[in-house]
Design a protein around this ligand. Structure first.
Ligand SMILES: [Zn+2]
Length: 419
């Protein structure tokens, strides 16, 4: 393959991502939620790109785009490559979308060459959780985790997932047909890093080794509301002062544990007036790490510290666990193959943990899954300023082509059959 051709292809990938960003529910910015009208335009555009490649395209009953590029033999197993097509409000052009467009670029670069497996490009209908407050609707359908109860979840307008699927012209009762075939070989996802790590390391690509586990809690410090002018400093039960002390220790604990991130992202004081000592301070705590035992121990330690601080100040603490999601390891075999492919592009391989959740985490429940991160300029994402460098997209295409060649070797099939 010619270097200039890859550069042209990378430029086309970026152009196509920007084109898809124009299919939006909002007039001036990008917002494309689950099965909204612009999602249909997005599907039609991608179908126009894929059909000339000999791919069979369909929309499954969870609203996922599925395009199958044929294998050498009929009825060969599928290797899935993709990401999500929905966006957050005021989105950039690359989060999710890049992974779908890059998959199509790989098929273009195969130039009609067929491999021992079919390549199925998947564009998930929903990953961000914007419309229904619950993420991964698309990939959950592929692993068979969409049931009646899940379909009855409603959006802000009272429309259920079931109704949204029907309104799009699909059949929620046939959603089980979206499920992965038993002989599916695996799932690969290219995605922007959405953080500053690769930029700091001056590397274009990384293999994701795990998706971090996550704990989310609500903590409430309870004190006694009183007059800000008449209550002396030594006779106060100030909930916000206790909370502030604790927030400082959250940051210190996270800084001391390698790979741990901990965030108090929301705080609310009650009654919430300038001249009243707060009787209540309500906070969220989000803790993530690739090792579940480290994460769980950190959360226990932070809750214990909250209680110590409260006791010393004559306050009390109430904590509620909102989420405890285990870490998900990516396929060690695929990680190794991705690293080999990265080396073949002339780059240094790097393994990293994804602090954000991705479809690959859901797909890993059923098939060997892996992710390749692309450097994100400024670490900026979920914003119109989100971008990706053309040279990095070139490296991603090269990496993907090497990876497909490696996986086309008989060893991959032998491994899969043993697994
Ligand atoms: Zn994403």
């Amino acid at each position: 393959m010619q270097v200039t051709e890859i550069a042209t292809r990378a430029g086309q990938v970026i152009g196509r991502c920007q084109r898809l960003a124009s299919f939006s529910e909002d007039p001036k910015t990008t917002r494309r939620t689950f099965l909204s009208a612009p999602m249909r335009e997005c599907h039609q555009e991608i179908a126009r790109w894929m059909q000339p490649l000999g791919a069979q395209v369909r929309i499954d009953d969870a609203g996922n785009f599925r395009g199958v590029y044929p294998a050498l033999q009929p009825n060969a197993p599928h290797l899935l490559i993709g990401s999500h097509l929905d966006t957050v409000p005021n989105a950039g052009a690359y989060d999710g979308i890049l992974g779908v467009v890059l998959a199509i670029a790989l098929l273009q670069e195969l130039r009609g060459r067929e491999l021992p497996f079919a390549i199925e490009v998947v564009g998930f209908s929903e990953e961000e959780g914007v419309r229904f407050g619950t993420p991964f609707i698309g990939s959950r359908a592929l692993v068979g985790r969409v049931d009646q109860q899940f379909l009855s979840v409603q959006d802000a307008r009272g429309i259920s997932i079931r109704k949204a699927i029907e309104d799009f012209g699909l059949n929620p009762d046939q959603i089980s047909q979206a499920a992965l075939a038993a002989d599916t070989l695996g799932y690969l996802e290219f995605h922007i890093e959405q953080g500053p790590v690769l930029e700091r390391m001056n590397l274009p690509l990384a293999a994701v080794e795990a998706i971090a586990g996550q704990s989310r809690l609500e903590l409430i410090f309870l004190g006694r509301a009183n007059h800000a002018g008449t209550a002396p400093m030594n006779i106060r039960y100030d909930a916000v002062a206790g909370a502030a002390e604790w927030i400082g220790s959250v940051e210190r604990v996270a800084q001391q544990i390698q790979g741990l991130v901990a965030t108090v992202g929301n705080i609310e004081a009650k009654p919430g007036a300038a001249n009243v000592i707060a009787g209540e301070a309500r906070m969220t705590l989000d803790v993530r790490h690739s090792a579940d035992n480290i994460r769980i121990r950190a959360v226990e330690d932070l809750v214990r510290q909250a209680n110590e601080i409260a006791t010393r100040r004559g306050l009390s603490v109430r904590e509620t666990s909102l989420l405890s999601q285990p870490a998900v390891a990516m396929s060690p075999f695929l990680i190794g193959e991705i690293e080999k492919a990265i080396v073949k592009t002339g780059c240094q391989p790097h393994r990293m943990v994804s602090g954000a959740g991705h479809d690959a985490m859901i797909m890993a429940e059923k098939v060997p899954s892996a992710m390749i991160f692309l450097r994100t300029p400024g670490g900026i994402s979920h914003d119109p300023a989100e971008s990706v460098a053309q040279q990095d997209v070139e490296k991603a295409i090269e990496c993907g082509l090497h990876l497909l060649d490696q996986l086309a070797a008989p060893e991959f099939f032998k491994r899969k059959n043993r697994a």
